[in-house]
Design a protein around this ligand. Structure first.
Ligand code: LLP
Length: 416
């Protein structure tokens, strides 16, 4: 579904002109389409219906309460990577029994908290973590359910910072070592082996890496099923891609389902998934207002009020985000969209053909629903942006813009 469309040359978020949102809530502003997120969730659930997976929304991609709660309403669980995310997910209405907890560095405090809440299972990333889980389960809850994250060593063909399933990655346990890790889990008291987990990278634009990974992981599942009667879950992680550039084709979820369903069904296991970006990425924009058009002899810069602290993906991964004008123009200029932060890496778009905007105009940075606000900071003492959700003709502030007081909260000057 198209969440952001032009009507008589004006950009709309669902049925609300974005210019109206900027007037009402100011900029920089994150705008999300509720129907867009819901449609993606339903498209995935219906494509995968034959498998009937447990869908755990990857909270790290967009952790706003309003967003999590809409997936909770759809029946989703949550994939989390910290105790803070467990707190958030539960606060937004996710049943703790539907929470899965990954991450290479779970502290004792985090493990205890997760055990107290009764989460579904821990995605275990190392042998020492198994030992810690066993000890903490003995002290806290009696049992910790575990799925070991295996590293199938396939190349997801994505940015090196977001590729997670290769041998040299810090995540998971090598497939060759996996059986040994399960033997350890079986020897340790207070652990229940419930499944196996993989997540190979993000975003993936094709189905092939999933197939390659499953071809390696499924034989291991067969062995585990025979050895451990409680082994019942295969979690295939997240990573489903979205279209960022004009040239890319949207991730074909039907094709994904068509190719993977036979393999998944053949496993005879309950299937888990952990999509983040696919559900929210293209249902969000970052609205920003042009402050200056600056020319130097080499380049033109469109200086806007959004910056790398709001959206760090271009600076961090040289990621491409489309740029749309709030009011369509035929004329174009060549240049960069940059923010006010004191870093040369502070750009939102580089060397692009851009709409010929002028001071005061609005630009929408596209594909800003995932890993956008969630990765924002108040660097340069810039209050983090506000977030708004649109639902048909309605809009609602779902997170107030930070204030200077919010930024300094907790700071103090030593009295010595
Ligand atoms: N499951 C696990 C264990 C993960 O580590 C991740 C993402 C996901 C699920 C969800 O992946 P998704 O479906 O959203 O692709 N900041 C980067 C992306 C980092 C992804 C980290 N892990 C970016 O902006 O592209």
């Amino acid at each position: 579904m198209e969440c952001f469309t032009y009507r008589r040359n004006e950009l709309f978020a669902e049925d609300v002109p974005v210019a109206e949102l900027a007037r009402q809530y100011d900029t920089p502003l994150y705008v999300y389409s509720r129907s867009g997120m819901q449609a993606q969730y339903r498209a995935l659930a219906s494509a995968m219906a034959e498998v009937g997976p447990h869908i755990h929304f990857a909270v790290k991609s967009n952790s706003s309460a309003a967003v999590i709660s809409l997936f909770a309403e759809e029946g989703a669980g949550a994939d989390v990577v910290s105790a803070g995310e467990i707190f958030r997910a539960m606060r937004a209405g996710i049943d703790p029994a539907k929470i899965v907890f990954a991450g290479v560095g779970k502290t004792e405090f985090e493990i205890d908290y997760a055990l107290e809440q009764g989460i579904h299972f821990f995605t275990v990333e190392s042998e020492p973590e198994l030992e810690r889980l066993s000890k903490r389960a003995a002290a806290v809850s009696g049992v910790a359910r575990v799925a070991i994250r295996v590293n199938p060593d396939v190349d997801p063909k994505t940015h090196k910072y977001t590729s997670t399933g290769k041998k040299e990655s810090k995540f998971g346990v090598d497939l060759e070592r996996a059986l040994k890790a399960y033997e350890l889990a079986a020897r340790l008291p207070h652990l229940e082996i419930v499944g196996i987990h993989m997540h190979i990278g993000s975003p993936l634009m094709s189905v092939a890496p999933y197939e390659q990974a499953l071809e390696k992981v499924l034989p291991v599942c067969d062995v585990l099923k025979k050895r451990y009667p409680t082994f019942r879950i295969l979690d295939i992680g997240g990573g489903l891609g979205i279209k960022y550039t004009e040239e890319e084709t949207p991730f074909d979820v039907k094709e994904f389902a068509r190719r993977l369903t036979p393999m998944l069904k053949q496993s005879g296991l309950e299937i888990g998934m952990e999509p983040g970006r696919f559900l929210v990425g293209n249902a969000g924009i970052l609205l920003t207002r042009v402050q200056y058009i600056k020319d130097n002899p080499f380049k033109k810069f469109v200086v806007v009020d959004g910056a790398m602290n709001d959206l760090i993906r271009p600076a961090l991964y040289e990621a491409y985000h489309g740029v749309l004008p709030a009011r369509k123009t035929e004329a174009t200029i060549l240049g960069d969209v940059v923010g006010p932060v004191c870093e040369s890496g502070d750009f939102l778009a580089r060397d692009r053909e851009l709409p010929a905007v002028k001071q005061g105009d609005l630009l929408a940075i596209q594909s800003a629903g995932a890993y956008a606000f969630a990765m924002s900071s108040s660097y340069n003492s810039r209050p983090r942006a506000a977030e708004v959700m649109v639902h048909g003709e309605r809009s609602q502030l779902i997170r107030a813009r930070e204030t200077w007081q919010d930024i300094v909260r907790g700071e103090c000057i030593p009295n010595w």
